[in-house]
Ligand binder design. Sequence first.
Ligand code: 5CA
Length: 442
Amino acid sequence: MRLSRFYMPVMKETPAEAQIVSHRLMLRAGLIRQQAAGIYSWLPLGKRVLAKIEQIVREEQNRAGAVEVLMPTLQSADLWRESGRYEAYGDEMLRITDRHKREMLYGPTNEEMITDIFRSTVKSYRQLPVNLYHIQWKFRDEVRPRFGVMRGREFLMKDAYSFDLDADSARKSYRRMFIAYLRTYARMGLKAVPMRADTGPIGGDLSHEFIVLADTGESQVFCHRDLIEMPVPPADFDYDGDSESVVNERTSLYAATEEMHDAAAFEALPEDKRITARGIEVGHIFYFGTKYSKPMNAKVAGPEGTDVLVEMGSYGIGVSRLAAAIIEASHDENGIIWPESVAPFDLALVNLKPGDAATDEACSKIYRELGAAGRDVLYDDTDERVGAKFAAMDLIGLPWQVIVGPKGLAKGEIEVKNRRTGERESLTVEAAIKRFATRPAF
Ligand code: 5CA
């Protein structure tokens, strides 16, 4: 993409309304724009990041055996009356009446709808287990939407729902998602720690929140230091094999959010292993048994011929929140530093002197060849001042900057800058093309 044709409304000033760094940087780098309290448009750079995050989430869900669907944002109130949550959800639910005076709502979550789909299509235990997920916008009329997309009213969530014949296999489904989550966040460059958590309005007695430690996090959390650096299972992890030891290795170490905190158990840890910190909740998984299948009568014919209520769990990831969480975890005083796996473009190509025949030709070659190799290049071909170009590129935080100027070219060289480390390296045009032509595996 040529910057001269792109739409990237960066701001020099720090927006006054933004209290945390990710919100400030998302506004300044032109990723999002507020439309109403807690409701945002995603501008091109933000949209690209969101798509990258979604894709990682999707790949890891698929790998763990979950199957993608897409349910609507609008739901019928009747379904929620069946589960008893229509009244219970209270003011957080956005209620809508259609022209026929039918009561509808903008979905804050989808347990009821997926249970309805399940009960009308799955009849036998032989069809189990099933895990269906979608990536869809949700609406929760939060009392205090704040920090940009971190706590929005409209936000993008991945929500998966598992159906099993009995508690044992439901716990297996839960562990699959637990492991998929570890991989998902690690691929985005995040260290997310699973912690025992309160189940809130979703319900059930077993749940883990996945927490990224950050000073600006909304939750107070307590955990064992060893959890932070623990390596995650590999891409070829056998989901049909032993998931218990991976999960137990983690759940046997202390980690809890404030609501579930057991001060005595925490104090019993050696002092140098105790971490008390703020955290961002980037995911939450639940096992709630028959909480929805029972009132909604979701049954299958069991092996003995009698009907059995299915055991369920649900598994959420805050997709739009992750864009902000990644920035909280990865930025410096000049702007965002995107991990390569979620960067809106793979690299920036900066032409220091557009109009100069040699720089134009070198840039055009790099742009075309890397484009043909499937890499996403943002080519700054504008007449901006050099200082402004560098400031904008640092602000938007692409992992690499390939800088082409007449002086270097006269010696046959261009410069490659690593945004994270600031390290610079001189290379020939050919060497730079070779370096960036293949997309690394994340
Ligand atoms: N049905 C379950 C799991 S599918 C559920 O709704 N869980 S949840 O309420 O915990 O939400 C899942 C994830 O969505 C959270 O972990 C969080 O990362 C994200 N999330 C929740 N509320 C918001 C919000 N207001 N703004 C941005 N992200 C949010």
